[in-house]
Ligand binder design. Structure first.
Ligand code: SF4
Length: 391
């Protein structure tokens, strides 16, 4: 029985048909998604998205103790939305050595992280073996450390520099220590948008083919959508439909991660940054439309922890992690800090009325939570880093 307030949200916005589908776990159509994108009532979206969130995850909201490492910003491409990439001899170009990467990971391991998240540019001269050595060196630190690394675009680049087939590339990287793929590089799948904002980058089909091969090998990955630049709402829905169809086929995506475009220091600086309204609806609508995804992640680095906390009422069940160092969004003007302590993530989740659950990279619960909280750091503050490394 709907309360008067709920009736106003649903019937007042002519959403009874969509509400009925959501309540009965019936898949939404593209037309439904387009209608939801036209809606201006965020409370109605929150109400609907929370039904799915509660059905899939109850009141649990996940976080992970992780460390990001952006090993190099040197890249052969020039995506219009990218503020991170540099040419090899360009101002600000950097490249961490394997020793520097191991130093960063080693410090983070002492803080209790369970995952290293590695992405970088498409480096023109590093050999394929360099990446294998990097993975092996990280795995040698602790075989239980989960290495989530490389976008599908980086994998295709590594296949090219190694003159290997994509399957062979993935096999060799897995043998060296790769555990999961990251979800970046998807941007918006529409060929029109890709021509405008990332000419030269692989197509949607090529991106999906890498994930397909990886999932067939038993691997898992995440997927993303970079929104808020030149794409139309219909192109966002097309993107989501392709991800949903792909998930029907492989079931290998652990989570969907919407990424708002950041306009500083790139060629699309004339486009305003997505607003809080835009960000919340791009979390809530995918929660409703992607019925075959278990988790919707609000990556606090590009939304800010305050909005990420609010997003827990808009279908989100994961705030990601401690991160420790992030360069991609910060070169694009992100004003968020470089890291969150576990205590800050837990507090944000608790305040929002959810149950904080530390997870590993595959969303298995870690009980009792370990790391900063359980390692005798009651305030959740990380210790000083002993070796300051790299660029
Ligand atoms: S988005 Fe990735 S591929 Fe494109 S320029 Fe930036 S680093 Fe290179």
């Amino acid at each position: 029985m709907l309360t008067r307030l709920k009736r106003r949200l649903i019937e007042g916005n002519r959403l009874s048909d969509i509400h009925e589908k959501v309540e009965n776990a019936v898949r939404l159509s593209d037309e439904d998604a387009l209608r939801l994108y036209e809606l201006r009532d965020l409370n109605a979206l929150a109400f609907l998205a929370n039904i799915v969130r509660a059905r899939k995850n109850g009141d649990k909201a996940f976080y992970i103790l992780n460390r990001h490492i952006n090993y190099s910003n040197i890249c052969i491409l020039s995506c219009q939305f990218c503020s991170f990439a540099c040419r090899k001899k360009g101002d600000g170009a950097y490249e961490f050595t394997i020793e520097e990467i191991v130093g960063k990971a080693s410090h983070a391991l002492r803080l209790g992280i369970t995952e290293i998240h590695i992405v970088g540019g498409l480096h023109p001269t590093l050999k394929f073996e360099h990446y294998e050595q990097m993975l092996r060196a990280l795995k040698n630190l602790n075989p239980l450390l989960h290495i989530k690394a490389f976008t599908a675009i980086e994998i295709l680049h590594l296949a090219w520099i190694g003159r290997l087939k994509v399957g062979e590339t993935l096999e060799r990287l897995r043998a060296a220590g790769l555990d999961s793929l990251t979800g970046g590089g998807a941007e918006i799948f529409s060929p029109r948008v890709r021509t405008l904002v990332c000419r030269g980058k692989e197509t949607a089909e090529e991106w999906l083919d890498v994930h397909r091969l990886w999932h067939r090998m038993g691997g898992r990955s995440t997927c993303t959508m970079l929104y808020g630049h030149v794409e139309t709402i219909a192109e966002r829905v097309d993107h989501l439909r392709m991800l949903r169809a792909f998930q029907d086929e492989t079931g290998g995506f652990t989570a969907f991660v919407p990424l708002p475009f950041h306009p500083s220091n790139n060629r699309l600086s004339h486009i305003p940054e997505p607003t809080g309204f835009e960000n919340l609806r791009n979390l809530a609508i995918p929660r409703l439309y992607l019925d075959n995804f278990d988790h919707i992640k609000c990556y606090w680095v590009n939304h800010g922890l305050k909005l990420a906390q609010v997003s827990l009422g808009y279908g989100v069940d994961d705030l990601d992690g401690t991160v420790l160092e992030e360069r991609i969004y910060h070169t694009a003007g992100a004003k968020t800090p470089q890291e969150q302590t576990a205590a800050d993530l837990v507090r944000a989740i608790r305040e929002a009325g959810r149950i904080p659950v530390q997870r590993d990279s595959l969303y298995r619960e870690i009980q009792p939570p370990h790391g900063w909280i359980a390692a005798g750091c009651p305030d959740g503050q990380p210790a000083e880093e002993e070796t300051e490394t790299g660029g």
